[in-house]
Design a protein around this ligand. Structure first.
Ligand SMILES: Nc1ncnc2c1ncn2[C@@H]1O[C@H](COP(=O)(O)OP(=O)(O)OP(=O)(O)O)[C@@H](O)[C@H]1O
Length: 636
């Protein structure tokens, strides 16, 4: 083939890379400054590997030349297990033309899903499980190059080193194990130039964060895994710090975020005592974590919010942070939640009685009224306390993932998913308690499946023929009016009766007459036992309507505590920011429908925070998700 076309002044980047390729093939050298910096570096490496950018690549590649695919899959079993839910989700999300690829640390393809016919259409038949896409063999390509670079990589059409890969654009992110080593790569490939490469990149980075959190748990099944962040909204996200603790409280592993948040390199964290890092060693701290879901600690790096992400599979958790076994706090925790509200205290006792006798418990209440706290305390006060408490937020899991998350899967979910695949949350709760939060948001199709599981007490993972017996206590919660949902046919009537064994409505804060007891409880939880409120602040708080309930009260008290001078034990109006004072002074919203008032409150908060949703949600004491949901409901 005649190779012509010296470099000319091309403005089209695709045209430009084509000319660079021709020049390289003809002259045997790469002209400088013609390609993006990282592409230039990768092309030089590819050239150095002796690859011909026009003729093809080296042969002797991957499984088709003797490498055993089964061995490859077995070697990467943990990675495959951790990636499967995200892979399913990405396949569903990427739609037309999207191909999702999972590679290992050597850029061997482990799984390829989605619109794979697009590859055949373009004559690319050698991209399949078992094939190797390392840079050394195939030149610049997102999978191989991301492995070499160890960072997210985007390769647009002609930026591929090999001419024949030019019809495609690919984005890849490396996946790291808890030690920070690259153990795989996740890729989205599309036909043609990527119009929104940043979208694919952010989708992949979010997925990588979730996968790495899951891997962290899978690598440390015998340890207590704590998630922490300086902002509570970031707990459970791809950005939280993770620490795996041995049963005597020593840090066994830390993820990259944890190193950054604590300002220490990994070797400086491993082997340290959790109490040195997070500044807490008390039984109260552990109990708060186990019952309240989230707790805050003051450290040299400022305030962190901490949540338990995974309990150790075996062993006495009490020893991890505290010195006494956790079981010692069982009853007192539930009793304390009743505060000074005798009706609530009675309801809590009945709920416990029902749960112990095998009845499902349904917790109803507005956002922030403490439904999750109550669910955990009920579990702790039951004979199942030593067994797992597994919480599933049905509104937070993407619809396409709920089924596999709840019921798990066997095999066939994608090439390489193994027999025994992933254990679903229902099965994880075996012997203990399953808490289905926001059950009112569960899609109808899944409600039918859940109903069958609850009736038959058997579960079949996706792709599995046989069913397994399960023994779980069920607690459900929702902020929705489930009866209305049933009437409007958004919630199955039969499921409603199945989950509604003992129902307990948690009162909104404005309906409670034990604000004082609650304030003491929250101060205690925030590590400020003995701090009191002066009469002016007390009466301001008593006059407020508390749309965000206890969560909002907690935020107000947390702010006031932070404004104290050293040694101050009495909180007053001086300890509130102007913004909070304005908010609380607005008191009970003026007459009008609840809907209008809510909308007004949200609009007000958004206006005060210049449309910043996170700040408005924080001021209202609700999560961003709840704020969006409410806006959608109220406007629609
Ligand atoms: N009795 C209590 N004493 C002190 N703090 C509490 C109490 N109940 C709840 N909280 C705190 O209030 C916040 C909200 O509680 P929780 O998450 O259980 O509410 P929820 O009703 O499940 O909210 P949502 O519906 O928004 O998920 C948490 O930070 C929790 O620790």
């Amino acid at each position: 083939m005649a190779r012509q076309s010296p470099i000319t002044d091309a403005h089209d980047p695709m045209q430009q890379s084509r000319q660079v390729r021709l020049h390289l093939a003809n002259e045997g050298e790469l002209p400088s400054g013609m390609l993006r910096e990282e592409i230039d570096a990768s092309w030089r490496r590819s050239h150095g590997h002796g690859l011909d950018c026009l003729q093809g690549e080296q042969v002797g590649l991957g499984v088709e030349h003797g490498q055993n695919l089964q061995t490859l899959l077995e070697l990467n079993r943990t990675l495959i297990d951790a990636v499967t839910p995200e892979l399913d989700y990405l396949v569903e999300r990427q739609g037309k033309g999207g191909i999702i690829i999972l590679g290992d640390a050597q850029a061997n393809v482990l799984a390829i899903e989605g619109q794979t016919h697009v590859l055949n259409r373009n004559g690319l038949r050698d991209l399949h499980p078992g094939s190797c896409w390392s840079e050394a063999l195939r030149g610049t390509n997102a999978i191989g190059t991301a492995v070499v670079e160890g960072r997210p990589t985007l390769i647009n059409c002609g930026e591929h080193y090999l001419d024949r890969l030019s019809p495609f654009s690919c984005t890849s992110v490396p996946l790291r194990d808890p030690r920070g080593e690259v153990i795989g790569v996740l890729d989205i490939t599309r036909e043609g130039v990527m119009s929104q490469p940043q979208d694919s990149l952010s989708t992949l980075m979010l997925a990588a964060g979730n996968i790495e959190s899951r891997l962290f748990g899978l690598y440390h099944p015998e340890q207590l895994v704590l998630a922490f962040h300086s902002r509570p909204q970031y707990l459970g996200s791809a950005w939280h710090g993770l620490l795996a603790l041995s049963l005597d409280g020593e840090v066994m592993a830390a993820n990259e975020n944890a190193c950054q948040l604590l300002g220490l390199p990994r070797p400086g964290l491993i082997g340290r005592r959790c109490s040195d890092l997070l500044g807490e060693r008390s039984l109260a701290f552990l109990n708060r974590l186990l019952q309240g879901g989230m707790s805050s600690v003051q450290t040299a790096k400022g305030e962190f919010f901490v949540r338990v992400l995974q309990l150790p599979r075996h062993g006495n958790l009490g020893a991890t942070v505290a010195t006494k076994p956790v079981a010692a706090v069982k009853w007192s925790a539930l009793d304390a939640l009743g505060g000074g509200d005798s009706r609530l205290a009675r309801g809590l006792r009945m709920a416990r009685q029902g749960l112990v006798n095998g009845l499902p418990v349904l917790l109803l209440g507005e956002t922030g009224t403490g439904k999750e706290v109550v669910a955990r305390a009920l579990h702790q006060a039951s004979p199942r306390a030593e067994k797992p408490f597994v919480a599933v937020n049905c509104a937070a899991i993407p619809e396409g993932l709920i089924e596999s998350e709840l019921f798990g899967y066997r095999d066939g979910a994608f090439t390489g998913s193994r027999r025994g695949g992933m254990v679903g949350r229902v099965m994880q709760a075996h012997g203990g308690t399953l808490f289905l939060d926001e059950i009112g948001d569960m899609p109808l199709a899944l409600q039918a499946r859940l109903l069958r599981v609850l009736q038959e007490r058997r579960v079949a993972p996706l792709g599995a023929g046989e069913e397994q017996d399960i023994d779980v206590a069920i607690i459900c919660a929702t902020h929705r009016d489930l009866k209305r949902q049933v009437a409007e046919q958004h919630f199955r009537e039969d499921l409603y009766y199945r989950v509604n064994g003992v129902s307990l409505r948690l009162p909104a804060l404005r309906e409670r007459d034990d604000l004082g007891a609650l304030i003491d409880g929250v101060l205690d939880k925030l590590g400020a036992r003995g701090v009191t409120l002066d009469p002016a602040l007390t009466s301001l708080l008593e006059g407020f309507d508390w749309p965000g309930n206890i969560r909002q009260l907690e935020m107000v008290l947390r702010t006031a505590l932070a404004m104290r001078e050293a040694g101050e034990q009495v909180l007053g109006l001086d300890h509130l920011t102007d913004c909070l004072l304005d908010e609380l002074s607005s008191g009970t919203p003026a007459a009008g429908s609840l809907r209008e008032n809510e909308l007004e409150l949200i609009r007000g908060a958004l206006a005060r925070h210049q449309g910043n949703v996170s700040a408005a949600a924080e001021a209202l004491g609700i999560s961003r998700a709840t704020l969006y949901r409410k806006l959608k409901q109220l406007r629609g």
